[in-house]
Design a protein around this ligand. Structure first.
Ligand code: ZN
Length: 412
């Protein structure tokens, strides 16, 4: 894998390429990986997924949703990308399912890292971790770290120093086990932990940078997992710690931050130098019956009252609106279905509601990333962010009913 940052760009823009399995794939950054749970995009079959225009050529999966099934994937012999029919995409194996609430994460030990999956907590040594990855054969892998989950904002220095030491130790041992393994040479991304504390953060980053086998970094712990990922950046933007962490990282290695991040947070993080995100935000919007409708250009809409950041399709005011979710949207849902019909599907709890909303929300979010890259090229991201903030308004009042059961993981 090769990551090249464009030297002529106003802001950080780059390209990921030269993947061993898919040498022709090129991923523009800042970019967005397709979020999958258990190897599939929630609500969408492969046929339906392919109706979405300009899909990214890179997807995420996670140890936490798939490690229970490693024996089946191993038996398949062709790795997770082919097992899950994602073989035309670069597949990145992250550590955790970022759509799931993680109440407390402090269960790793000196020698093992914890992964929570449907079967409960499982401890993985570096040798166990490499064995799972040999079965998965993904194109890019996140090394397990002592991530803080939703306790990241409140953890003290003793906890965070312990997390730093365990994470760096696990990374060193994993790189040793990778040598001579079936997946030697697979790009390994280091987990950067340390909560909101500058010292463990920068020590973790500096120690990971010294390992030449590390191909990039996953910045953990700057937001909560699950639905609360969106709220974190609204309440507190720990930009100082993030900037100091990023300042320790080399320019020529990719930086990833996963989670359901609000588009305004994505704009901020891109300006700060984060390269890759994922579409789990659209999953959260779909689950609450929402449809993204924020502007995708710098041109202000004629009347602000006509435009919302997101519309709540469960609201009865949409029952008799026989227009697309968003006027001008070219997605399959907006081309064929109305707000009134999708409101009806949500009311009657039909699974098709999640399918149609997912198509629109992923389409809209991917167009947002195209607009983001344009803004970075034209040095207009500040103006676009200001426009989006005008339309953010207060978080909509949603009822608690979700399209499908909320994934959650606790210490059990
Ligand atoms: Zn649409």
């Amino acid at each position: 894998m090769k990551f090249v940052v464009r030297g002529d760009a106003v802001a950080r823009r780059g390209t990921l390429s030269a993947f061993r399995r898919l040498p022709d794939v090129k991923v523009e950054t800042p970019g967005c990986m397709l979020f999958t749970r258990c190897g599939s995009v929630p609500h969408l079959s492969l046929d339906v997924l392919n109706r979405i225009e300009n899909l990214p050529q890179i997807a995420t999966s996670s140890m936490s949703t798939l490690s229970d099934y490693q024996d089946v994937v191993r038996e398949c012999k062709r790795g997770l990308p082919e097992f899950a029919s994602l073989d035309n995409m670069v597949v990145f194996c992250a550590s955790h399912d970022v759509s799931a609430e993680i109440i407390k994460f402090n269960c790793s030990t000196k020698k093992t890292m914890v992964v929570r999956n449907r079967g409960g907590n499982k401890q993985y040594s570096p040798a166990d971790f490499v064995k799972v990855q040999e079965a998965f054969k993904c194109d890019m892998v996140q090394c397990l770290g002592d991530s803080e989950g939703n306790e990241s904002t409140t953890s003290g220095s003793t906890r965070m120093n312990k997390a730093y030491n365990r994470t760096v130790d696990f990374l060193e041992k994993t790189t040793n086990f990778l040598q001579g393994s079936e997946i030697e040479g697979t790009p390994l991304l280091a987990s950067l932990v340390g909560g909101m504390l500058l010292e463990p953060r920068t020590r973790c980053a500096k120690a990971s940078v010294t390992m030449t086998t590390v191909s990039g970094f996953v910045i953990e712990g700057f937001h909560n997992y699950g639905v609360r990922a969106e709220c974190f950046w609204n309440e507190k933007e720990p930009l100082g710690v993030l900037r100091d962490t990023i300042s320790c990282l080399p320019e020529d290695k990719v930086r990833v931050m996963l989670g359901a991040l609000h588009p305004v947070a994505i704009l901020t993080l891109s300006e700060e130098g984060v390269d890759l995100f994922d579409t789990s935000y659209t999953y959260q919007v779909t689950e609450r019956g929402g449809a993204l409708s924020f502007p995708l250009s710098l041109q202000s809409p004629k009347a602000k009252a006509d435009v919302m950041f997101e519309i709540d399709l469960k609201n009865s005011k949409y029952a008799d609106q026989f227009i697309p979710l968003l006027e001008g949207c070219t997605c399959h849902t907006c081309s064929n279905f109305t707000r009134g019909y999708i409101h009806h599907l949500l009311n009657t709890k039909e699974l098709l509601a999640g399918v149609l909303l997912s198509i629109h929300n992923i389409h809209h979010y991917l167009r947002f990333f195209e607009q983001l890259r344009r803004c970075l090229d034209e040095d207009s991201s500040a103006a676009y962010k200001q426009l989006l903030e005008e339309y953010c308004g207060p978080t909509p009042e949603y009822d608690t009913g979700r399209v499908s059961p909320s994934p959650s993981l606790s210490t059990g």
